[in-house]
Ligand binder design. Structure first.
Ligand SMILES: [Zn+2]
Length: 321
């Protein structure tokens, strides 16, 4: 755990862990045979993945009582002894290193979990620059952040995740979806994506410092719901040819009504960054088989903010940038 993060060390870590760590090796092998179906929703090509190994995460109890009663699985002392990692130090906060770990319950063929070493709450403000810097170092990966009430199964231990690029449909679809520009400068462009994802804001910039400043300003304008400590969001971020692309999904709700419904209407799907990136994860086969475009549309309508709210946020952002 003393080696530093670079693509050679990361490839070696994958080889070593998949060979030596039986559970991780078996789950990555199972992923090769995982069932996937295509569902087009209003022109957006979703994939639905039937992934039984994700049940622990999708059904995770994240209320304060349940969290306080379990051992934190991201703390170093509670991790399996066989799990190894690579250090990443973010220059602006060098006292708080991150560890890049192989996620043993993968959705992506290459799936990483990146916790802070210290047990610290999942709150993104002040740490988004680390996401940008990780995106730069982790070439070929998309970083993602799930807010404490937006899919994180460890809301008490700050972490990012990452998966190999080219997996989430939104990465390639973004070029073809129409967008309304909110702000432009020499180096940056902020826009609202006009799609089934209401409240999706993109920040593209050739400068990490400017991208970070724009993010922090935008994030500070968003509503913090009663009882919460930050706005409800999911974030995707990648760096390609020195351009940083950030997708900020503003959420209305944690889990959709389908999650709590009884009988046939029940769908165990707890949406997070990957689902909003276009790959819906269903840990149960019954849900994988029945979920259709109407279910996905309903889920998105419930968990994303409304169109009027999204337009109000755009106006607010325009007034401060
Ligand atoms: Zn912890």
């Amino acid at each position: 755990m003393t080696e530093t993060l670079n693509s050679v060390n990361l490839a070696a870590l994958f080889d070593e862990q998949l060979a030596c760590w039986e559970q991780a090796g078996a789950n990555y092998k199972a992923l090769e045979r995982v069932l996937v179906k295509d569902v087009n929703v209003d022109g957006f090509p979703f994939k639905v993945q039937f992934n039984p190994a994700r049940i622990t995460s999708s059904a995770a109890k994240v209320d304060a009582k349940s969290i306080s009663e379990r051992k934190c699985f991201l703390c170093k002392e509670n991790r399996p002894a066989i799990q190894k990692g690579l250090d990443f130090i973010n220059n602006s906060d060098s006292a708080n290193p991150y560890t890049v770990l192989i996620n043993p319950f993968p959705i992506f063929p290459r799936h990483l979990t990146i916790p802070l070493l210290a047990h610290t709450d999942q709150l993104i403000s002040g740490r988004f620059d680390a996401m940008l810097n990780l995106a730069k170092v982790l070439e070929g990966y998309t970083l993602f952040y799930n807010g404490p009430k937006c899919g994180a199964s460890a809301p008490d231990h700050f972490h990012f995740q990452a998966g190999n690029r080219g997996f989430l449909p939104i990465e390639s679809e973004l070029a073809d979806i129409s967008r309304e520009d909110i702000f432009t400068s020499d180096k940056s462009r902020v826009s609202l994506v006009k799609s089934i994802f209401n409240g999706l804001i993109t920040i593209e910039s050739s400068c990490a410092v400017e991208a970070n400043t724009l993010f922090e300003k935008i994030f500070a304008t968003l509503e913090v719901k009663e009882g919460e400590r930050e706005p409800m969001v999911n974030i995707l971020c990648w760096c390609d040819s020195d351009v940083y692309t950030t997708l900020l999904y503003i959420r209305e709700k944690h889990r959709p009504s389908h999650y709590f419904a009884e009988g046939d209407a029940n769908i165990l799907l707890s949406p997070a960054s990957v689902d909003l990136g276009g790959v819906m994860i269903t840990p149960l086969e019954k849900d994988f088989e029945k979920i259709d475009q109407n279910d996905i549309r309903e889920i998105l309508n419930e968990i994303c903010i409304s169109e009027p709210k999204s337009l109000a946020i755009v106006n607010k952002i325009k007034s401060i940038l």
